[in-house]
Design a protein around this ligand. Structure first.
Ligand code: ADP
Length: 623
C-alpha cells in the first residue's frame, strides 16, 4: 500500500498535534478557561437537574418582616434566641446558626441566647475570618453549642456563583469545618467524628465525601435541590404556628435573608439569582445527606480524553481529504461538546475548555497542515513533470540525429549501388547509431526499474581498482578533448561484492560529470583508499561547483543545476539518481562536498568484501 504522507511529514504532523494537546490542556488550567468551564457546567447542570427529593433541612429565615416586627438589626441576638426557642416543639435534629455572634452585647440578652442554645441542644454556631482574625462566637455561646463551623463560601472571583463550598477553612492557626458539615455531624448523633484523609472526608461509617485536599479548602460541588429548601421566616411562623411542621425532624439553618442584615450573597447556579449564604449552606447539607457527590475529572483522565480527541482528529485529516475531512472535524468538534455531558452523567465534572480547545486546535492545525502538505506535493509533482518533459524533449532531440543518420544511410543503401567498402561503412554507422539509441532508451528504463526495485543486481566479487582504472581509461578521450588533465592515484588492491557493471556505471558517471562540468585547463583527481571496512573512491574536480541547496537536489531524477544547463553540456539529470541507487544497493553511500566556482568532490563510500585480490571472484549469483 502506498503511504499517504511521507514519513517526514507524518512525524512533523504528530509533533504539531502533540503541541496542540499540551497547549489546550495547559490553557484549560489557566484562569482564562474558568469562565468557559463554568458556563458549560451551569448549562449541563441546568439541563440535567436531579429528581427532587424529600428535604432533610429547612431554613428559618430572618427576613425584612422579622426585623420590622422585632426591633431591627440591633436586636439580632434577641431574634436568634426567639428563633431557637420557636423551634423547640418541632424536635429538630440539629440547628445551624448562620449568624456571627462575636462581641459582647446586652448581658441579659446574651444570657438568654446562651440559655436558648443550651436548651436546644444540637446547635452549631458559625465563625468567619475577617482581616485574618477569626470572628468566633463568644465563649459564653460556644460553651453551650455543640460545634462551631465556618461560613465561608467558595472564593469565586470570576462570576460569584456558588457552585462549590470549602469543607474546611484554615487560617490564623485555626481550622473550622463548614457549618453545614458540623450540622450534619450533629444530626447524625454528636458522637460521629469527622475523619479526614488526603482524598476524602468521612462522617460516621457511611458518609464519605470525595473532596481531596487541594489548598482551596477541599471544595465540594453542591447539588442544589431543584425544589429549593423549605423556608419559613420567623415573622411567618409567628403568624401561622402550623408552619412549625416544616421544621419537624429536620436540620434547621437559621440565617438572615433580609437584604439589610445579610453578610454574604452568592449567585445560584440554578436560578442565576442572588441567594443568601444560609441557602448555600442548606443546599450543601442536602448534597451530603443525599450523598450525590460530584468529583472533578483527574488530570490523567482529562489528558487521556483530549489525547483521544486529538488523535481522532489527526487520523481524520490523514485519511480523508477536502470536505470529507472538514465534515469529520465538524463531527469531532461537535462530539467534544458532549464529553462533559457524558462525564456529568457519571457524576464527574469534566473541563469543557480542555476537550473543546484541543479538538478545535487540532482541527485548525490539521487542516492547515494538510493544505500545506498537499500544496507541497503538488509543487513537487509539477516540478517533476516539468523536468520529465524537458528530459523527454532532450531525448527526442538527441534521437533525431542518429535517426536521421540511420534513415539517410539506409535510404542510400537501398537506392544506390554502393561500393562494398562504402556499404560496410554505412552498415557499421547504422549499427553504432542504433546502439547509441538503444543505450539511451536503456538508461531511461534503468532509472525506472531501479527506483521500482525491479532491477536485478548481481552479487559477485570483483576487483575495485580494475573498475576504477577502466573508467579512467574510458573517460580519457573526453578529458583530452577539453584539455583537462586526469590524475589517477594509487588504487589499493581490494574487492567489492556486487554488480561490477553497475559499479562501473557509477564511477564512470562521476568521472564524466567531473569532466563535463569543469572548464578547460583544469585538473581532475581520482583517488581510492581503504578506510576501516570501507573503500572510498573520490573524484575531485575544479569545475563549476554547486551551492548547498543544489547539492541537496542533485540525486533527484531529472534535476540539473542552472549552472549545468548554462554550461552547454548535454545532460538528462538522471545519471546521479542511478548512481545513488547503485551505491545504496551495494550497501554504501555517496558524499558530496562542493563550492560554487571552485569545484566538487564526489566520494563513493562502499564496504569492501576483501582487501587484496588473492581470492578468485566468486561465481555470479543473481539475487
Ligand atoms: P546530467 O549530468 O546528465 O545532468 P547527473 O544526474 O549526472 O545528470 O547530474 C545531475 C546534476 O548534478 C547535473 O546536471 C549538474 O547540475 C550537477 N552535477 C553533477 N556532477 C557535478 C560536478 N562534478 N560539478 C558540478 N555539478 C555537477
Amino acid at each position: 500500500m502506498k503511504r499517504r504522507w511521507p514519513a517526514k511529514y507524518r512525524w512533523t504532523y504528530a509533533g504539531l498535534l502533540a503541541a496542540c494537546l499540551i497547549l489546550a490542556v495547559l490553557a484549560s488550567w489557566t484562569p482564562f478557561a474558568a469562565p468557559i468551564d463554568y458556563y458549560a457546567y451551569d448549562l449541563i447542570y441546568r439541563t440535567f437537574p436531579p429528581q427532587n427529593w424529600e428535604p432533610s433541612s429547612a431554613i428559618l429565615a430572618i427576613d425584612e418582616a422579622t426585623f420590622t416586627a422585632s426591633g431591627g438589626v440591633r436586636n439580632l441576638r434577641g431574634i436568634v434566641a426567639d428563633s431557637i426557642d420557636a423551634l423547640a416543639p418541632a424536635q429538630t435534629k440539629a440547628i445551624g446558626i448562620d449568624v456571627l455572634l462575636p462581641d459582647d452585647a446586652d448581658p441579659a440578652l446574651d444570657k438568654r441566647l446562651a440559655a436558648s442554645i443550651e436548651h436546644a441542644g444540637n446547635v452549631a454556631l458559625s465563625a468567619q475570618l475577617t482581616n485574618n482574625i477569626w470572628e468566633e462566637p463568644l465563649p459564653l455561646f460556644a460553651a453551650k453549642a455543640k460545634a462551631v463551623g465556618h461560613v465561608h463560601p467558595e472564593e469565586n472571583h470570576i462570576d460569584g456563583v456558588g457552585r462549590r463550598i470549602p469543607l474546611e477553612f484554615s487560617a490564623a492557626r485555626q481550622r473550622h469545618w463548614a457549618l453545614m458539615l458540623e450540622a450534619y455531624r450533629l444530626a447524625q448523633g454528636s458522637a460521629a467524628p469527622i475523619i479526614e484523609s488526603m482524598e476524602d472526608v468521612r462522617i460516621g461509617s457511611d458518609t464519605v465525601i470525595p473532596a481531596p485536599r487541594d489548598g482551596q479548602g477541599r471544595l465540594m460541588w453542591i447539588r442544589h435541590r431543584p425544589g429549593g429548601i423549605p423556608t419559613v421566616s420567623l415573622a411567618e411562623l409567628r403568624k401561622d404556628p402550623a408552619k412549625l411542621e416544616v421544621f419537624r425532624n429536620k436540620t434547621v439553618f437559621i440565617g438572615v435573608t433580609a437584604l439589610a442584615g445579610r453578610r454574604d450573597q452568592v449567585l445560584s447556579p440554578v436560578t442565576g439569582d442572588y441567594v443568601s449564604g444560609v441557602v448555600i449552606h442548606a443546599q450543601a447539607f442536602e448534597t451530603v445527606v443525599q450523598k450525590r457527590f460530584l468529583t472533578g475529572a483527574s488530570n490523567l483522565t482529562v489528558i487521556a480524553v483530549c489525547l483521544l480527541g486529538v488523535a481522532l482528529m489527526g487520523v481524520a485529516f490523514l485519511m480523508l481529504r477536502g470536505s470529507l475531512a472538514l465534515t469529520a472535524a465538524g463531527v469531532l468538534i461537535l462530539g467534544s461538546h458532549f464529553v462533559p455531558v457524558l462525564f456529568f452523567r457519571q457524576d464527574i465534572v469534566f473541563p469543557f475548555s480542555a476537550v473543546f480547545g484541543s479538538a478545535l486546535l487540532a482541527a485548525a492545525t490539521s487542516a492547515c497542515y494538510q493544505y500545506f502538505v498537499i500544496r507541497k506535493r503538488m509543487q513537487t509533482t509539477e516540478d517533476e513533470k516539468e523536468r520529465y518533459q524537458k528530459a523527454i524533449q532532450w531525448v527526442a532531440h538527441e534521437m533525431r540525429s542518429p535517426l536521421t543518420a540511420i534513415q539517410g544511410s539506409s535510404e542510400m543503401m537501398g537506392r544506390y549501388a554502393l561500393s562494398e567498402e562504402r556499404r560496410k561503412q554505412m552498415a557499421s554507422m547504422i549499427n553504432a547509431e542504433s546502439k547509441r539509441m538503444a543505450r539511451m532508451i536503456q538508461t531511461f528504463l534503468d532509472v525506472e526499474r531501479l527506483s521500482e526495485g525491479q532491477m536485478e543486481m548481481k552479487r559477485e566479487r570483483f576487483s575495485a581498482p580494475d573498475v576504477v582504472c577502466l573508467c579512467v581509461e574510458r573517460v580519457m578521450p573526453l578529458a583530452e578533448r577539453k584539455n583537462i588533465t586526469l590524475h589517477p592515484g594509487e588504487f589499493p588492491a581490494c574487492e567489492l561484492l556486487g554488480d561490477r557493471e553497475l559499479m562501473e556505471y557509477a564511477v564512470y558517471n562521476l568521472l564524466t560529470n567531473a569532466v563535463k562540468y569543469s572548464p578547460a585547463e583544469t585538473h581532475v583527481f581520482v583517488t581510492a583508499e581503504v578506510r576501516g571496512a570501507n573503500l572510498r573512491i573520490a573524484v575531485a574536480d575544479q569545475g563549476i561547483g554547486m551551492d548547498k541547496n543544489e547539492v541537496k537536489n542533485i540525486f533527484r531524477k531529472f534535476y540539473r543545476t542552472e549552472k549545468a544547463q548554462k554550461s552547454g553540456e548535454a545532460g538528462t539529470g538522471i545519471g546521479l539518481s542511478i548512481v545513488e541507487q547503485i551505491v545504496t544497493h551495494h550497501g554504501g553511500k555517496i558524499e558530496v562536498v562542493s563550492t560554487p566556482g571552485k569545484g566538487s568532490v564526489f566520494t563513493i563510500v562502499t564496504p569492501v568484501a576483501a582487501v587484496g585480490s588473492a581470492k578468485p571472484p566468486i561465481a555470479a549469483q543473481r539475487v
